[in-house]
Design a protein around this ligand. Structure first.
Ligand SMILES: Cc1cc2nc3c(=O)[nH]c(=O)nc-3n(C[C@H](O)[C@H](O)[C@H](O)COP(=O)(O)OP(=O)(O)OC[C@H]3O[C@@H](n4cnc5c(N)ncnc54)[C@H](O)[C@@H]3O)c2cc1C
Length: 382
């Protein structure tokens, strides 16, 4: 499908990396932008992400290709913007946890090397020589996978940089707009609306509300799988840890953050969350303290870490795990963006999506990630 006319005015619901970056690409192409976010910009998953830029582990060839392009786009962004050097780094990743179900770390290494991913096998002596800030005695496995090409990004810093440019280009960014929505009329998008009922007429709109996307789509009568767990991220106070690369270990993932802070999370913490029937959630102080202690063990000298703040909320993960991006289908001018690994995909997915919104042309890279795939699955099962 090709648009007969490009939209002149696009509404975006959601001020996380997908909403803001798509707005940024569209504004650069001359489109007028109205972006509505419930609270301040970057108040969702983008503000509590470990944001490891990677394509480690086993996944579909299409998803791997998109992630590799995602890393490529961040490298270009960094190369052309010296101001990003403090919040976008490619200092490598070190793992001694296999994320492939049932595979040993060495089998994971072999798989990754087989597809050309730059994975290297280091023993503890090599780690001690090569990787700063890590306590090799914490690596009970005796080996780790080192990926020199991986990195991390501070998404709120990117969002703030893009928001500045968007405002300079005349975009309307409405913060604290409350629960906003996309208004349709006769099967077409007609406006975006704040919780207070303020309407902004638009020609097309993007729903980029992170883990809230599936619920809004289901309210339109369309299926969308949702596996979003509740996750927790600790941000520490500044510390001279010497750590530069991203660590993924059995009990904690940890990365440097801006201003010499550290960001810490782990999969077991998601399973320790207490989720109530009404969807509300809580966590124990013991969970936070245990995670902090696990992180301390990883750092050379095992320094005492101090918590600056803890971010808790849902981590967007589409049903089936792969991204959801593009036209929703059934409503003209209605687009969605919903993905796990939104840090890695933080530029490439919005770039391709902005092009689809502008031209109606679907990137072949998006062929497997269409929002309509859930409806196709339902039909196939009938
Ligand atoms: C703990 C954790 C670890 C992660 N680790 C990694 C990683 O290592 N690598 C990686 O690549 N990715 C990682 N991710 C995933 C990545 O951070 C997310 O995929 C990405 O931030 C999602 O961005 P988004 O714009 O879709 O959503 P969000 O950042 O959640 O933005 C959506 C925005 O919409 C707002 N909103 C919601 N509903 C409405 C409404 N109705 N009206 C107005 N506004 C609304 C929200 O408040 C929010 O600001 C991690 C995420 C978490 C939470």
């Amino acid at each position: 499908m090709t648009n007969t006319s490009s939209p002149r005015r696009v509404g975006i619901i959601g001020g996380g990396i997908f909403g803001v970056a798509t707005a940024w690409f569209l504004a650069r192409a001359g489109v007028e932008i109205i972006l509505l976010n419930d609270g301040p910009l970057a108040n969702g998953a983008s503000n509590r992400s470990i944001a490891w830029l990677n394509s480690a582990n086993r996944r579909s060839a299409e998803y791997h290709a998109l992630r590799m392009l995602g890393m490529d786009r961040w490298r270009s962004f960094r190369a052309h913007r010296p101001e990003s050097h403090g919040f976008l780094r490619f200092d490598g990743g070190l793992r001694w946890k296999s994320l492939i179900d049932g595979a040993t770390l060495h089998e994971t290494l072999k798989y990754e090397q087989g597809i050309g991913y730059d994975s290297q096998w280091l023993d503890c002596d090599q780690i001690a020589q090569k990787i700063s800030g890590v306590d090799p005695s914490s690596i009970k496995e005796g080996h780790a996978i080192y990926n020199p090409g991986e990195g991390w990004v501070d998404l709120p810093s990117v969002i703030s940089l893009m928001a500045r440019e968007l405002r300079a280009r005349g975009a309307t960014l409405v913060e604290n707009a409350g629960k906003s929505d996309i208004v349709t009329n006769s099967g077409k998008v007609s406006a975006v609306r704040t919780a207070a009922g303020d309407l902004f007429e638009v020609d097309a709109a993007l729903l980029a509300t992170g883990p809230s996307v599936p619920e809004a789509v289901r309210e339109l009568g369309m299926p969308m799988g949702d596996d979003s767990p509740v996750s927790l991220l600790i941000l520490t106070k500044p510390i001279a840890s010497g750590l530069r690369c991203v660590l993924n270990t059995p009990r904690a993932a940890i990365r440097p953050a801006v201003n010499n802070c550290l960001a810490i999370d782990s999969g077991w913490v998601e399973r320790a969350m207490i989720i109530h029937d009404d969807g509300s959630f809580e966590y124990s102080d013991e969970t936070v303290q245990t995670l902090l202690q696990e992180a301390e063990k990883l750092i050379i000298g095992n320094p005492k870490l101090q918590i600056d703040h803890v971010g808790v909320g849902r981590k967007p993960i589409p049903g089936g795990g792969e991204p959801v991006a593009g036209a929703l289908g059934g409503i003209e001018g209605y687009y969605v963006a919903f993905s796990h690994s939104g840090a890695t995909l933080g530029l490439i997915l919005p770039e391709l999506l902005a092009r689809e919104i502008l031209t109606g042309e679907i990137s072949p890279l998006f062929a497997n990630f269409r929002p309509t795939r859930y409806a196709d699955d339902v039909r196939a099962a009938q």
